[in-house]
Design a protein around this ligand. Structure first.
Ligand code: HEC
Ligand code: HEC
Length: 205
């Protein structure tokens, strides 16, 4: 008996085409993300997630899951930002995932540190923390290389000014970002600590 009935042939073709469909879906997601980025995001975050002014965070190489979660948080207002909320109001969860994957895949670059002296002081805080003040090493969570992970943002190469502002907001509980660890840690940093560690991470690769 011939086992290749039309039904088995259809099933086999379907199986064969599955990886192709996956690839096509990813390509469609990437194209959609590219369209959104160049149309709505590049003016502040740069055409490649990199070439932004210091007021806006770099996104090239940022973790895909982290980016998607932040975008969802801006939409619901969990992370309140009058600038970002309208940017994502019309976008879907699928768009957020596609944008996350797109930014994560952009190449990162090494940036000169504006104040190398400050960065030297920041390195100690990053690698060993400040035990008397109750500050753990940032590297414990953000990674020795500052590349972060799904729950934790990449800080390597981030604009010092953006990092400093986020620390200020966490420390003063002047943010709706709901992260107990960062609130506690930042509340124990002096202004000089914040400036130093921000300078240090901005020069990490
Ligand atoms: C008018 C400028 C502007 C535009 C346009 C803009 N953003 Fe933003 N974006 C910001 C600012 C400012 C912040 C920092 C918000 C804060 O203070 O928490 C931010 C933060 C973010 C963050 C969080 C980064 C982090 O490290 O936590 C992501 C992700 C992001 N934007 C993605 C996007 C995407 C995707 C678009 C396009 C749909 C976009 N942005 C359009 C200004 C902008
Ligand atoms: C216990 C783990 C932990 C430690 C230690 C830690 N962080 Fe974080 N950090 C986090 C998490 C988790 C987030 C993301 C919070 C969110 O999703 O809103 C974060 C977010 C941040 C952000 C926001 C980045 C962005 O892209 O918006 C900055 C800046 C930051 N941390 C700096 C530091 C510095 C500097 C230190 C050391 C002094 C440090 N962190 C230590 C867990 C940690």
């Amino acid at each position: 008996m011939n086992r290749w009935t039309p039904r088995t042939v259809a099933a086999a073709l379907c199986l064969l085409s599955m990886p192709l469909a996956g690839g096509a879906a990813r390509a469609a997601d990437a194209a959609r993300a590219e369209e959104i980025v160049q149309g709505q995001c590049s003016i502040c975050h740069g055409p490649d997630g990199e070439n932004s002014t210091p007021a806006f965070p770099r996104l090239a190489g940022q973790n895909a899951v982290y980016v998607a979660r932040q975008l969802a948080a801006f939409k619901t207002g969990v992370r309140r930002s009058p600038t970002m909320q309208p940017m994502v109001a019309e976008l879907s969860e699928a768009d957020f995932a596609a944008l996350g994957a797109w930014y994560a895949s952009r190449p990162t670059h090494v940036h000169p540190v504006e104040d190398p002296g400050l960065a030297v002081a920041g390195r100690a805080l990053w690698t060993v923390g400040n035990t008397p003040a109750g500050v753990p090493a940032c590297a414990i969570c953000h990674g020795a290389d500052g590349h972060g992970g799904e729950a934790i943002p990449r800080l390597a190469g981030q604009h010092a000014m953006y990092v400093y502002r986020q620390l200020k907001q966490f420390g003063g509980r002047d943010t709706t970002r709901d992260n107990a660890s960062m609130h506690l840690i930042a509340s124990r940093l002096s202004d000089a600590d914040m400036r130093a560690v921000s300078a240090f991470v901005s020069g990490m690769k």
